[in-house]
Design a binder for this molecule. Structure first.
Ligand code: THU
Length: 132
């Protein structure tokens, strides 16, 4: 957990967030134990911006891993920052429901939840099975 926190806080410093001025750092521990980092990368064409979680997921997949074991997200917010709806679905693609997600503030508040709690009833490959 300390490692995830350290990595998330460090990568947050690299966030490109000139439009929201809201820097976010994310760290993902994958099945191998390796930790992958991501920060939000905004764009002047606002919808083109990407979240910190998406960056960490992309780094994990680019490195050849596909299984999330733990997630840590941190921002300079008054209360622990929660992954947006889109990122919940992105995380669910690679993590089981019981994967712990620690949401944190730079001030040191932490709140732990799970992927299942963040996205109950997530759309999954099971829904795409033939029905007969
Ligand atoms: N953001 C993240 O990167 N992750 C979250 O969990 C919440 C929001 C970013 C997106 C945008 O760059 C900025 O925070 C403000 O919404």
């Amino acid at each position: 957990m300390t490692d995830l926190k350290t990595v998330a806080l460090r990568v947050r410093e690299n966030a490109h967030a000139p439009y929201s001025d809201f820097q976010v750092g994310a760290a993902i521990e994958a099945a191998s134990g390796t930790i992958y980092a991501g920060c939000n990368v905004e764009n002047v064409a606002y919808p083109q911006g990407t979240c910190a979680e998406a960056g960490a997921i992309a780094a994990m997949v680019a490195a050849g891993e596909r299984e999330i074991k733990a997630v840590y997200v941190v921002a300079g917010s008054p209360m622990p920052v929660t992954p947006c709806g889109g990122c919940r679905q992105k995380l669910a693609e690679f993590g089981a429901g019981d994967v712990p997600v620690t949401m944190a503030t730079t001030g040191g508040i932490e709140q732990v939840t799970t992927l299942e709690a963040l996205l109950p009833g997530a759309f999954s490959p099971a829904f795409m099975e033939p029905n007969e």
